[in-house]
Design a binder for this molecule. Structure first.
Ligand code: 3NM
Length: 210
């Protein structure tokens, strides 16, 4: 599968152990894989590197065996050490060009964007996909800007030719608004990791998308 094909999927999942109701990332990712999720990002800002490395080594084995793309948030070294499929970076991380130089052309690089200008810039600089958000208010990401609303999503749908992931405050009850506007890859962090029954939650969300 090439990079574009890997990114053509309805739900993009992200880990967040502190919202996972006491379950480990290993348990949560296993449920995501069992539910048929095809791309998962590891995002843990506060854990120590050795712990993250050990956890990600296990998650890499699990995702590889299941044919699931595994993306690391921010940390290029960690991504290289465990041979992740790619990284997701923010506007204030290492410049995309440097990340590309370090990881090579075959790895997926995603960049968070919050405005038409950042999105256009990401396309020019060779991002494989962009994060588009936060669509609605979210408390999951610290220091994120105010919601950009559905207008920014609409701008991306209508003007840019790059895979994108709509993110931020998206829940089962509002996902149809994102889907209707053309958001075809959607990320919900707390709605999924914080669900009592993750597989049932994913199934129920997918029913809303059809
Ligand atoms: N990135 P939830 S919003 C990780 O707008 C992240 O770039 C965002 O979490 C962005 O689905 C966000 O729980 C958190 O609202 C999304």
């Amino acid at each position: 599968m090439n990079k574009k094909e890997r990114l053509s999927t309805d739900l993009y999942c992200i880990t967040a152990e502190k919202f996972s109701l006491g379950r480990s990332n290993i348990e949560v990712v296993k449920e995501m894989i069992d539910a048929g999720i095809k791309i998962i990002q590891y995002r843990e800002k506060k854990k120590k590197m050795l712990y993250k490395y050990q956890e990600c080594k296990r998650l890499r084995e699990m995702t590889k065996e299941a044919g699931v793309s595994f993306i690391i948030n921010d940390d290029i070294h960690l991504a290289m050490a465990i041979d992740a499929d790619g990284v997701h970076i923010g506007q204030e991380d290492l410049p995309l060009e440097e990340v590309r130089r370090l990881l090579g052309k075959d790895k997926i690089i995603g960049l968070s964007t919050h405005s038409p200008q950042e999105a256009a810039d990401a396309v020019k600089r060779g991002a494989d996909y962009i994060g588009v958000g936060p669509i609605f208010k979210t408390n999951t990401k610290e220091d994120v800007c105010d919601p950009v609303g559905l207008e920014y999503l609409e701008y991306v749908v209508e003007n840019l030719d790059i895979p994108f992931v709509a993110i931020g405050g998206i829940k089962e009850h509002n996902v149809d608004q994102v889907w209707k506007l053309g958001g075809r890859c959607i990320c919900m962090v707390t709605e999924i990791v914080g669900a009592e029954y993750i597989k049932a939650k994913i199934r129920s969300i997918r029913e809303k998308l059809n």
